[in-house]
Design a protein around this ligand. Structure first.
Ligand code: NAD
Length: 460
C-alpha cells in the first residue's frame, strides 16, 4: 500500500514512442502531472497538438482529454524536464546494434546525460526500456558522473510488459509491477508514482502484485519473460512443421495440450511466427549479454528459437510454390506473372507497427521470387510504405485481392478473419488462400469454394 497522504510526484517520460507516449498519456489520465520528452521534434509537435503518432486503440481520446485538462505536456527541452520532474521514466529505444547482436544503449546514455546535469533537486530515474542486465548499475555510474553530487539522485528499474494493441489496459491495469530498488526512498517514491494504478485496482476490487527486488533481477525479468514467450511460439511452430510432415493438425494439437494448466492455451497459435520491435531483438540481445557474462551456453536454445521463427516465415513461400505449381529451381520458385495479395503488414493486429514484421518479410520474399504483390493493412500502410516503398499498396481489402492468383493472410486482423469468403471469391482470379496465422474458419472458406492452406494443418 502506498504511504497515505504523500503528495503525488510529477512524472516525466523520456522517449515518447510506443512505450513512453502510452505511459505519459495513461498516467496523466490517472491524475498525475506529466511531461513527455523526446528528441524527435515532429513527434513532440504532433503529440502536443493532440495526435498520437502511432495506432493504439483508445489513446487519441485520452491524449486530447488530458492535454485539455492541463495535466499533460510535451517538450524537447531537457532543462524543462529536469525542473519539472520528481520521477523520470526512461522509455527510449534500445534497438539491435548494427553488428546484429546486443542492444544499442546510445539513446539511454544520451537521455541520462541530457537530463541529470540540469537537476536541481533530488529525483528518481526509473528504467523502463528493455536492456541488458547490468544497465541500471551503469546508469548509476553515469548519474554519479554527471549529476550534481549533493542532490543524491537515485536510480531504480521497473521493466515494462505492455503489449501493443492492448497497451492502455496493460498500463492502467498491469498484471504485475516489478520494482528493482536499492533504497527505501526509491521504493517509496516508486510506489507513490504508481499510486494511481493501485487506487484504480482498489476501486475495482483487484490486486496488483508487486515484486520488490534488486536491479539485476528486475532487468532479467523482462528478457526472461520475452525469451519464454518467443520459445512458446517457436515450440508450437516446430510442432507445426512436424504436423505438416505427418499429416496432422497443429491447431487441434495446440488445443489439446493447452488444456493442461501447466502448459496453458495462450500463445500457442502456430503460424508465421513472431516479429515486432521487441521479441526478435530482445532474444538476440539476451544471448549476447549472457555470452559476455560467461553464461552463453545456457541460452544456446534461443538461437534455435530464432531459427525456427525465421523458418516459419519461409514456409509461406514453400506452400505458395506447391499451391501455384511453381516448383523450386536453383533460385527457389519462380512466381513471375502471378498476382499475390498480401493481407497484413503490421506485425500484429490492432497495431501499425511494422518493425521486423513477418508479413512484410514474406511480401518481400514473394516479390523477390517474381510475384506481383498487392498489400493491404487496416492501419500499417503508412509505415509499410516507408519500409518497403517499392511494393504496390491497395486502398482496400477488396482492391488487394482483385485479380489475385493467391491470397496470403499474414496478420490476423478481424477485418480479414471475418471477411466474407463468398464476396472475396468473386474478385480473385483463383480461390487459393494461405492462412499464415491459422485464423480463418476453414470450413466456411472451403464451403465458398476456396482451397485453404494453413501452417501445420492439412489442406482443405
Ligand atoms: P520507439 O522507437 O517507438 O520509441 C523510442 C523513442 O525514444 C523515440 O520516439 C525516439 O525519438 C526517442 N528517443 C531517442 N533518443 C532519445 C533521447 N535521448 N531523449 C528522448 N527521447 C529519445 O520504441 P518503443 O517501442 O517505445 O520502445 C522503447 C523501449 O521500450 C525499448 O527498449 C523497448 O524494447 C521497450 N518496450 C517496448 C514495448 C512495446 O510494446 N513497444 C513493450 C515493452 C518494452
Amino acid at each position: 500500500t502506498p504511504p497515505s497522504g504523500a503528495p503525488r510526484p510529477r512524472l516525466t517520460f523520456l522517449g515518447t514512442g510506443y512505450l513512453g507516449a502510452t505511459y505519459a498519456i495513461c498516467f496523466a489520465e490517472l491524475g498525475y502531472d506529466v511531461l513527455g520528452v523526446d528528441v524527435d521534434e515532429p513527434k513532440i509537435s504532433k503529440l502536443q497538438a493532440g495526435a498520437v503518432p502511432f495506432h493504439e486503440p483508445g489513446l487519441d481520446d485520452l491524449l486530447r482529454r488530458n492535454i485539455a485538462a492541463g495535466r499533460l505536456r510535451f517538450t524537447t527541452d531537457y532543462r524543462e524536464a529536469a525542473e519539472f520532474g520528481d520521477v523520470h521514466f526512461i522509455c527510449v529505444g534500445t534497438p539491435q546494434r548494427a553488428d546484429g547482436m546486443g542492444a544499442d544503449l546510445v539513446y539511454v546514455e544520451s537521455a541520462v546525460t541530457s537530463l541529470v546535469p540540469h537537476l536541481t533537486r533530488k529525483a528518481l530515474l526509473v528504467g523502463k526500456s528493455t536492456v541488458p542486465v547490468g544497465t541500471a548499475e551503469w546508469i548509476e555510474q553515469l548519474v554519479s558522473k554527471h549529476a550534481p553530487a549533493e542532490l543524491g539522485v537515485e536510480v531504480a528499474w521497473s521493466p515494462e510488459f505492455l503489449q501493443e494493441g492492448h497497451a492502455l489496459e496493460d498500463v492502467l491495469r498491469p498484471n504485475r509491477l516489478i520494482l528493482g530498488v536499492k533504497s527505501q526512498w526509491a521504493h517509496d517514491m516508486l510506489i507513490t508514482a504508481h499510486k494511481g494504478v493501485f487506487d484504480l485496482a482498489h476501486n475495482e476490487d483487484r490486486e496488483v502484485p508487486v515484486v520488490v527486488t534488486d536491479f539485476a533481477t528486475a532487468e532479467l525479468v523482462k528478457v526472461a519473460a520475452n525469451a519464454f514467450l518467443a520459445t512458446k511460439i517457436s515450440f508450437i511452430n516446430a510442432m507445426a512443421e512436424v504436423c505438416d510432415a505427418a499429416g496432422a493438425d497443429v491447431t487441434q494439437l495446440a488445443k489439446s495440450i493447452g488444456y493442461d494448466a501447466r502448459i496453458g492455451n495462450k500463445f500457442l497459435r502456430a503460424g508465421i511466427g513472431f516479429g515486432g520491435g521487441c521479441l526478435p531483438k530482445d532474444i538476440r540481445a539476451f544471448q549476447a549479454r549472457a555470452q559476455e557474462l560467461g553464461a552463453g551456453e545456457a541460452l544456446r536454445f534461443l538461437h534455435e528459437v530464432d531459427l525456427i521463427n525465421q523458418r516459419s516465415r519461409g514456409r509461406v513461400v514453400q506452400i505458395a510454390s506447391e499451391l501455384l505449381a511453381r516448383p523450386y529451381g536453383p533460385a527457389g520458385p519462380d512466381f513471375s506473372g502471378l498476382n499475390i495479395a498480401v493481407l497484413g503488414a503490421a506485425f500484429k493486429p490492432n497495431s501499425d507497427d511494422v518493425r521486423d514484421s513477418p508479413a512484410l518479410a514474406i511480401a518481400r520474399s514473394l516479390a523477390r521470387h517474381g510475384a506481383q504483390i498487392s498489400i493491404f493493412d487496416p492501419q500499417g500502410m503508412e509505415n509499410a510504405k516507408r519500409e518497403l516503398p517499392d511494393m504496390t499498396y491497395a486502398p482496400t481489402l477488396g482492391d488487394a485481392v482483385t485479380g489475385a492468383d493467391l491470397v496470403c493472410v499474414l496478420t490476423e486482423w478481424e477485418e480479414f478473419r471475418y471477411a466474407d469468403p463468398n464476396a472475396l471469391g468473386d474478385l480473385v482470379a483463383a480461390k487459393l488462400v494461405i492462412d499464415g496465422r491459422n485464423c480463418l474458419d476453414q470450413a466456411l472458406w472451403s464451403a465458398a469454394g476456396w482451397t485453404v492452406r494453413g501452417l501445420g494443418r492439412p489442406s482443405v
